[in-house]
Design a binder for this molecule. Structure first.
Ligand code: PMP
Length: 360
């Protein structure tokens, strides 16, 4: 493992080393099957055990009661932008959306393409999406309220979730799922592309509650209908087997090695605080998100000039600190410090940042 870098990629992103090692060790002969997990049938006891364990662990970690269904779908988080309005915005229904950045904007765009009634009830676009809006007035008759819990590109995160007067929140948690415990009562649905906190890209976890499901449209293509996957334990067609397997191992790591979501949250808070405190005490590095809205997963920051940023990213890469370039749409720098990022990685980053500043 010596050749492995400190990986600050935004997604696909670093996974826990014990998970990668277990995949490697079990790859040629999964549980005595004589096959790898990418070769066994999804209609076999081997895969049944994998998917059922992944569902059970998700339920335990998040404290989900029997009203919630855990699904593994394909098409990434992006397909959900369309599936949500298709399923939950039939005739006469409308949804509220909060726009906190690139991914919220894309979710809103899909509702518009489908000609579904929706209101953008708040937006932080006025300040380049550097904060999370508060004091939002939601429509009491909305079918759902859509939010993006963590904004991967702009580096902001909802610290707590708004009171929507009982309207179910539908949250894109692609970049902070399983990073903290959640007040599940507020959520009718949570969805997340796997490639940040859970596993390989292409698999999307969906957690959906019965009362929201009951409102879903019936006349939809099978593959675009949540009911199809609820009734078949995510196996209407061939599921993304390798993705589900990796997620299962990450969930096991979260429970057994990290001690659950409260401990995971404490660890994430410690890592984030270290990095933000370092930057707040610096006249060279500047965090771009407003205090109170800062993400513990994607720490976005700037240096005094774009030339210095280029130099910084190149020098960091040379030292084995990868993935620090900001998203191409915003520039600057970004350190993604998801669940699997160790304290040692954050310390190495701060050491590097200190040394780089000194050289100027
Ligand atoms: N939502 C958020 C918050 C994201 O960060 C991303 C990916 N970076 C997506 C949605 C899109 O995910 P996918 O590529 O799996 O469709």
């Amino acid at each position: 493992t010596e050749e492995r870098i400190f990986n600050f990629n935004a997604g696909p992103a670093a996974l826990p080393l014990p998970v990668l090692q277990e995949i490697q060790a079990s790859f040629l002969n999964f549980k005595g099957s004589g096959m790898s997990i990418t070769e066994v049938s999804h209609r076999s006891p081997w895969f049944d055990d994998v998917i059922n364990d992944a569902v059970d662990r998700t339920k335990r970690l998040l404290g989900l009661d029997e009203r919630y269904h855990v699904l593994f779908l394909q098409g990434g988080a992006s397909l959900q932008f369309a599936m949500i309005p298709m399923n939950f915005l039939g005739e006469g229904k409308s949804a509220d959306y909060v726009n906190t950045g690139t991914w919220s904007t894309k979710a809103i765009k899909e509702a518009a393409i489908l000609n579904k009634a929706h209101n953008v009830v708040a937006s932080s676009e006025d300040k380049n999406f550097s904060y999370i809006p508060n004091d939002i007035s939601f429509n009491a008759d909305a079918a759902y309220v859509h939010i993006t819990s963590n904004n991967t590109i702009k580096g902001t995160q909802w610290e707590s979730f708004p009171d929507t007067n009982g309207v179910p929140i539908v949250a894109d948690m692609s970049s902070d799922i399983l990073s903290r415990p959640l007040p599940m009562d507020k959520f009718g649905m949570i969805y997340a592309g796997a490639q940040k906190n859970m596993g390989p890209s292409g698999t999307c976890m969906v957690i959906v509650r019965d009362d929201l499901l009951a409102t879903a449209e019936k006349d939809l293509p099978s593959m675009l209908k949540y009911d199809t996957f609820v009734s078949k334990n995510s196996m209407y067609n061939t599921p993304p087997c390798f993705g589900v397997y990796t997620i299962q191992l990450v969930l096991k790591w979260l429970e057994q090695e990290m001690g659950g979501l409260e401990k995971m949250q404490a660890h994430n808070e410690k890592k984030g605080a270290m990095l933000y405190e370092f930057m707040d005490g610096s006249d060279f590095y500047r965090a771009t998100a407003e205090k109170g809205s800062r993400s513990l997963m994607n720490v976005t920051f700037r240096l005094p000039t774009e030339d210095l940023e280029k130099e910084f990213i190149a020098a960091a890469t040379q030292k084995g600190l990868g993935g620090l370039k900001g998203h191409r749409s915003v520039g600057g720098c970004r350190a993604s410090i998801y669940n699997a990022t160790t304290m040692a990685a954050v310390e190495a980053l701060i050491d590097f940042m200190t040394a780089f500043k000194k050289k100027q």
